[in-house]
Design a protein around this ligand. Structure first.
Ligand SMILES: *Cc1c(COP(=O)(O)O)cnc(C)c1O
Length: 244
């Protein structure tokens, strides 16, 4: 079982390297985040033993239970799920990164929690909706500058860049198109003076497209750990946020 994981990790790394080569980018310009949702602490431990250091989780309770079993490993945890305002304390305390920041109120709450819970700012990416009507999470590209400037000014947060998820069902050329839009949004923000070093984009089925469009961090689950149970085989549905 662990040799399967090792082989999968090698294969994903090779795919990243060839996508970088095709885009004339350095192979180390793309970081691999292993998305462990629905997989147990034993699988995370096994992948960590193969050299993987950064892991992504979508559900706070599931993540905390796993983290408690893995404290000896010193792993870097990224929260990539839908952020709920009533979870900001757990996010600030138990994660190094939060990728799904998409509204000012949440950013303010998260910053306040981070100021109380941490010695260093929480690293964040602002989530942009690159699929228009088809997707409900993420701010609209035309709102990104204002939101990023506000996040940049918050003391508990360190703005690293943008994150995006293509709408479920979008594939192939549609995905590529979405990542092209993401890249132009990212470049516009940098041209406006924001210092951003992270573009969190690309999953198992499409990360080559994302790397071609400048992704610096790919979030890969099933290509490493195998298929998830059918009910959670894609990006999870967005839970209503009653406290926002
Ligand atoms: C589940 C998930 C991933 C990983 O998806 P795979 O297709 O399994 O690689 C990446 N990003 C987010 C936000 C996810 O929810």
């Amino acid at each position: 079982m662990n040799s399967d994981l090792r082989a999968a990790l090698t294969s994903v790394r090779r795919r990243i390297e060839s996508a970088c080569a095709r885009a004339s980018r350095a192979p180390d310009s793309v970081q691999l985040l292993a998305v462990a949702k629905t997989f147990g602490a034993d699988r995370v431990r096994a992948l960590a033993a193969c050299g993987q250091h950064a892991f992504g989780e979508n559900y706070v309770q599931e993540a905390l239970a796993k983290q408690a079993l893995l404290t000896d490993l010193g792993l870097e945890w990224h929260f990539i799920g839908h952020c709920q305002t009533n979870k900001v304390r757990d996010l600030a305390r138990h994660f190094s990164w939060v990728h799904g920041l998409d509204r000012l109120r949440l950013a303010e709450r998260l910053s306040a929690a981070a100021t109380g819970e941490r010695d260093t700012p929480l690293q964040v990416c602002v989530q942009v909706n690159i699929s228009g009507e088809a997707s409900k999470s993420g701010c609209r590209p035309e709102q990104a500058l204002e939101l990023c400037q506000a996040v940049h000014a918050l003391p508990g947060l360190r703005l690293r860049g943008l994150m995006a998820i293509p709408a479920p069902g979008v594939q192939g050329a549609g995905t590529r198109q979405a990542y092209i839009g993401l890249r132009s949004c990212f470049e516009a923000l940098r041209a406006a003076g924001l210092v951003l070093d992270t573009l969190s984009a690309g999953m198992s089925d499409d990360f080559e497209f994302a790397i071609a469009e400048g992704s610096t961090l790919v979030r890969v689950g099933s290509a490493l750990f195998g298929r998830r149970p059918a009910k959670d085989n894609s990006v999870p549905p967005i839970a209503p946020d009653h406290t926002a």
